[in-house]
Design a protein around this ligand. Structure first.
Ligand SMILES: [Zn+2]
Ligand SMILES: [Zn+2]
Ligand SMILES: [Zn+2]
Length: 489
């Protein structure tokens, strides 16, 4: 900043900082960095360098260093999946998930369009019941009748999903269910293959030669604080999405096998302290055929939209907190220091980042967290790492997963964005006048990066706001035009 610039009359610190930024050399580059983050709420600040050399001659082919950036640092998007943490990055995540699921349904992104002809269903599996909860029941004809407590609950009533009788509700069972939900899903997929083979009168080995089952699933919290799963289940030929399944592998066969597998899937959790628990799916599950083209049916584009939306929702939507319950100062040990250990000055030995009783959550959620925290201390549940997952009610956090053959990967989609960075390095090479490497040149890349901080400078925050504003306007415009890919937005 030029020394003679007097900013004392500018009152807003953010505006003052923006003027300082504008007076650094290459303000365009500063602005470009911010624009590229697409409104990320808390970008990661890095310092470091990367250098690519010709292995033989040692000549620098391309190089980049944050020392050359106007602010001496590189900002990268936080990449959070959760809308409560970063609306911008969670939208990117939703868009990536949308494309991933859609590619597996309609083709595109290296997936052939013929996947549209494969039998596909949209499956919803719910959790077991751990006691009656407040709800909004309806008759078969859709006519509402009162909850068991005698009331007609409104659509957003806070009581929905909470136990009618908290004293008899099986909190231990509920937390253990969440903690095993991922394992239950894995077991379900094994059972589904087994059920299919039985149904088709084949061995599993013989079936594998002609038929594969692919999945893409997301986890979502129900109001009662239990996870449930939505999944696309698709039949493929022996080579995955590139090959057609045999004609006898119909939606009807898939439907039947899913029913058998849901019924057959159970895990037993053994504990002398809290008693054994059988972990299984709830009685209510839903299988719907996914149609290639919409005639009032469930279309593939709509399914991709649902899945993308679920993927960015998370535990906070069921009213819990977005941060770990473990005290950071002592890493949950309760004490600090070396050989002579002192009581942790922050948690005073409770090991909790904040007392569970002070959390501003519904009592039902608090009881789920409290139960998870209590169970973490039992040796038989050590593997479940319940202290780490207590704040998300025991679930181990695998919010979206897919089988390898389903479609493209999130990594592949991110590579497209990474290519942008390589293009930047390439542009820098041309600017610096370094020669282009030949096709046979062996290149070595060295780099060193360090985390500096998270967030923006006050002036950068103003620029980020501008970017958000522009993105919102474009989105509003697009919504008016209503393009196909916007169904999920
Ligand atoms: Zn972000
Ligand atoms: Zn009720
Ligand atoms: Zn502590």
């Amino acid at each position: 900043m030029p020394r003679n610039l007097d900013l004392r009359h500018v009152i807003s610190p953010a505006v003052r900082d923006l003027i300082e930024l504008a007076n650094l050399q290459d303000f365009d580059r500063t602005r470009e960095q911010i624009t590229r983050l697409r409104g990320c709420a808390r970008p990661v600040n890095l310092t470091g360098w990367t250098e690519t050399r010709n292995a033989e001659t040692g000549a620098v082919v391309r190089s980049y260093s944050t020392a050359d950036e106007p602010t001496g640092r590189l900002l990268t998007a936080c990449g959070s999946r959760r809308a409560s943490r970063c609306p911008a990055c969670s939208r990117t995540y939703a868009a990536d998930t949308f494309h991933l699921v859609r590619a597996g349904l309609c083709g595109g992104k290296n997936v052939p369009e013929t996947v549209r002809t494969h039998p596909r269903v949209f499956l919803t599996l719910t959790a077991f019941s751990f006691g009656p909860v407040h709800n909004r029941p309806t008759t078969n004809t859709g006519k509402p009748y009162p909850c068991r407590c005698g009331q007609h609950h409104g659509e957003d009533a806070p009581a929905l999903g909470t136990p009618l009788d908290p004293k008899t509700y099986d909190y231990t069972g509920a937390v253990l269910w969440n903690a095993h939900a991922g394992a239950l899903w894995a077991r379900f997929t094994l059972n589904l293959r087994r059920a299919l083979a039985a149904h088709l009168h084949m061995t599993q080995k013989a079936m594998k030669e002609v038929l594969r089952v692919s999945f893409a699933k997301v986890a979502e919290y129900q109001q009662r604080g239990l996870v449930h799963f939505h999944a696309v289940v698709r039949f493929d030929g022996p080579d995955g999405h590139t090959s057609a399944p045999p004609a006898f592998a119909t939606v009807a066969v898939l439907n039947e096998a899913i029913g058998t597998a849901v019924e057959a899937t159970a895990l037993t959790v053994v504990s002398d302290t809290v008693g054994d628990r059988e972990i299984r799916w709830g009685r209510k599950f839903d299988v719907r055929e996914i149609a290639a083209l919409g005639d009032g049916e469930l279309t593939d584009a709509a399914v991709a939209g649902y899945v993308a939306k679920y993927a960015t929702k998370s535990a906070e939507d069921s009213g819990t907190v977005d941060r770990t319950m473990v005290c950071r100062t002592c890493s949950g040990r309760g004490t600090v220091g070396g050989t002579i250990r002192d009581l942790c000055p922050d948690c005073h030995g409770t090991r909790q980042a904040e007392p569970i009783k002070n959390l501003r959550v519904q009592s039902h959620v608090r009881q789920m967290i409290r139960t998870a925290w209590a169970l973490r201390g039992l040796p038989e549940f050590e593997d479940l790492k319940l202290c780490k997952w207590a704040h998300i009610l025991g679930f181990r956090g695998h919010f979206s997963t897919k089988s390898r053959a389903y479609s493209t990967t999130l990594g592949a989609l991110r590579d497209v964005r990474r290519a942008w960075r390589t293009a930047q390095a390439e542009a820098a090479r041309v600017r610096a006048g370094h020669p282009a490497p030949g096709p046979d040149t062996v290149l070595v890349t060295e780099s060193s990066w360090a985390y500096l901080a998270s967030g923006y400078r006050p002036g950068e925050e103003l620029l980020a706001n501008q970017t958000r504003h522009e993105i919102n306007q474009t989105r509003a415009e697009k919504a008016r035009v209503k393009t196909e890919g916007e169904v999920w937005a």
